[in-house]
Design a binder for this molecule. Structure first.
Ligand SMILES: NC(=O)CCC(=O)C(=O)O
Length: 270
């Protein structure tokens, strides 16, 4: 890792998703992604929501999941290379070599190289993930252009231990692809801001809109800075949420209030 850029322009693809329609979702997302890179301010990084290939079609997930995420990986890498843009490729339902299905975040750098891969470690019972999916077994940081970033997915933000673990490993920015539904908008905003403030890191969260058979998703994708201030926030309709972030702010905030120096791990039991 070397010096990272001063600014990044971000574009979060706050899309509606079709239940159990991976091809349709890829086509619709690609149109939105092409629109994002054609904007007057070209993004450095594009981000997609959680489980964008299948959405929560969990009853049919065995048949629908992408084998070893090969289709998704090829498509995301090709888009990143074509446009010279980092792609935080949301998460996909992936069927591993072991036949198990995981909710996996895929990240590609501007050269189309895989920068990281993370399978969700906290499965969300309210949406029956634990009945159909297998949890990941490791936490993940990854380097994008010299900036260490942390991986998390949706429900993971309820566990401050994860974001603290990633921050202690050196992450300065946390990505959170999501399918977070009504009526928990208050939790979503509060938790994302809390993770940003307590870890003095950027939090970049892309939520879907629309509905499936059980849930209605409210969007409100968020970019939060290391002071906890909202840089950009989406509405409840499909849109591309953009924002410009200044990366050195993380170190400035950490210097001003030296939380990481003042911690007392000798007294903590967790
Ligand atoms: N897809 C998810 O993990 C949803 C998490 C959620 O809605 C929550 O309240 O937590």
């Amino acid at each position: 890792m070397g010096a990272y850029p001063e600014f990044w322009n971000l574009a979060l693809i706050q899309a509606d998703l079709a239940l159990g329609e991976p091809v349709l979702n890829r086509v619709r997302l690609e149109a939105l992604m092409e629109k994002a890179v054609a904007a007057a301010v070209k993004p450095d990084l594009i981000m997609l929501p959680e489980m964008w290939n299948t959405a929560y079609a969990l009853e049919r997930i065995q048949e629908l999941a992408d084998p070893e995420a090969q289709i998704s990986r090829g498509w995301l890498s090709a888009f990143a290379t074509k446009h010279g843009v980092h792609v935080v490729g949301g998460s996909v339902a992936e069927r591993g070599k072991d036949g198990l299905i995981r909710n996996t975040l895929l990240i590609y750098d501007r050269q189309g190289r895989e920068a990281g891969r993370y399978s969700k470690i906290h499965l969300f019972r309210l949406m029956q993930e634990e009945k159909h999916l297998t949890e990941g077994v490791e936490t993940v940081t990854f380097d994008l252009e010299g900036l260490l970033c942390g991986a998390s997915i949706c429900y993971d933000i309820r566990f401050p231990e994860l974001s603290r673990t990633l921050a202690l490993a050196g992450a300065k920015l946390l990505f959170v692809p999501a399918e977070w539904p009504h009526p928990r908008l208050h939790h979503w905003r509060t938790l994302l801001q809390a993770r940003a403030i307590e870890n003095q890191m950027y939090v970049v969260a892309c939520n879907r809109v629309g509905a499936d058979n059980d849930n209605c998703f409210f969007g409100h994708s968020l970019i939060v800075d290391p002071w906890g201030e909202v840089v950009s926030e989406g509405g409840k309709e499909e849109e591309i949420v953009t924002g410009r972030i200044r990366l050195p702010l993380v170190d400035e905030v950490r210097k001003r209030i030296p939380v990481f120096e003042d911690r007392r791990p000798d007294l903590y039991r967790i």
